[in-house]
Design a protein around this ligand. Sequence first.
Ligand code: 13P
Ligand code: SF4
Length: 393
Amino acid sequence: MTTTVDSTFTEPTATPLALLLLGRQADPNSERGVECPGDLPPASDPELVERARAAKAKLGDRVFILGHHYQRDEVIEFADVTGDSFKLARDAAARPEAEYIVFCGVHFMAESADILTGDAQQVVLPDLAAGCSMADMATAEQVAECWDVLREAGVADVTVPVSYMNSSADIKAFTGKHGGTICTSSNAKRALEWAFEQGEKVLFLPDQHLGRNTAVREMGFSLDDCVLYNPHKPNGGLTAEELRDAKMILWRGHCSVHGRFTLDSVEEVRERIPGVTVMVHPECRHEVVAAADLVGSTEYIIKALDAAEPGSKWAIGTELNLVRRLAKAHPDKEVVFLDRSVCFCSTMNRIDLPHLVWALESLVEGRVPNVITVDPETEKYAKAALDRMLALP
Ligand code: 13P
Ligand code: SF4
């Protein structure tokens, strides 16, 4: 089944810049501790698959394993459900009987699962270093300061915060406290429509690209309606007048994986593969999204390929694990990775089979490792924002 694609799918070259330097204190915020008490099996252990199967079977319905689409094949194989961040948030909330939710994804997703699941359930992240560089680009202090800047400019009262799922529980709580909602890449347009019914402006956190792409490409705003708030500059680098004139106040954050796709790669692939359809994730830069044929969340990308004609040609701009899996699943279509150098999401890739086996075997032994817990006050407001998202039409 995989042979056709294996012969045509070209692996991009790894570049050091595509990887975060984890475990070296290069970005302590996204490291969040990397210890695994007890024995982490070596990746070379030939029994890993068997051990994962056995531990999962022993745990039965007590454990529910969620796998984000960017996870490695070796991990996805053991997921009870796979999905984008929206689907996984809903799936976690719909499993009240599972004692343990093992979240094969990144830290902010596990936090959201903890918020949406019952008090008796525990959410386990197999490697605590699986953070998200984008989520780390907006801290609670920076966002509180930004709100003060908006207040001083006289626009806070008419501004509704909309925060991307890819944010910490603190940022979600800020959003809930100020009457805003969470969104994901599947429902950003609906979230923004809702927000503009509540107020005149939106503060969009932390992904400038998803905010800009949704507002301009899907809702008819112009680029001039958007301003960029830079948390590292006094007053975000904006004047009160600029804030008053803006419709979308975009936080200066981005995804370190999707931000690397370029307009050049779109032009190059169109020349190389005549008739190719370019499909990208909305976390890509605006010029990339504007040059693409189709734009959507990971779930959207998967469905579009399922519905595609045999023989059709596709260049996909999203994380490499997913694109590789899609190429394997569609040997009757030509599926290429949009860029020759963009690589895996290194933090998603922290979750590997040894960490999954370690987490499952710990649970079998009665130890609950790497529990992700959000404090009750944060949870209350973050849940209000997440519930608003889940209730969007
Ligand atoms: P979705 O799964 O919502 O498409 O988001 C992609 C992503 O970057 C997750 O971190
Ligand atoms: Fe964060 Fe980007 Fe990785 Fe998603 S793909 S977890 S947004 S760094």
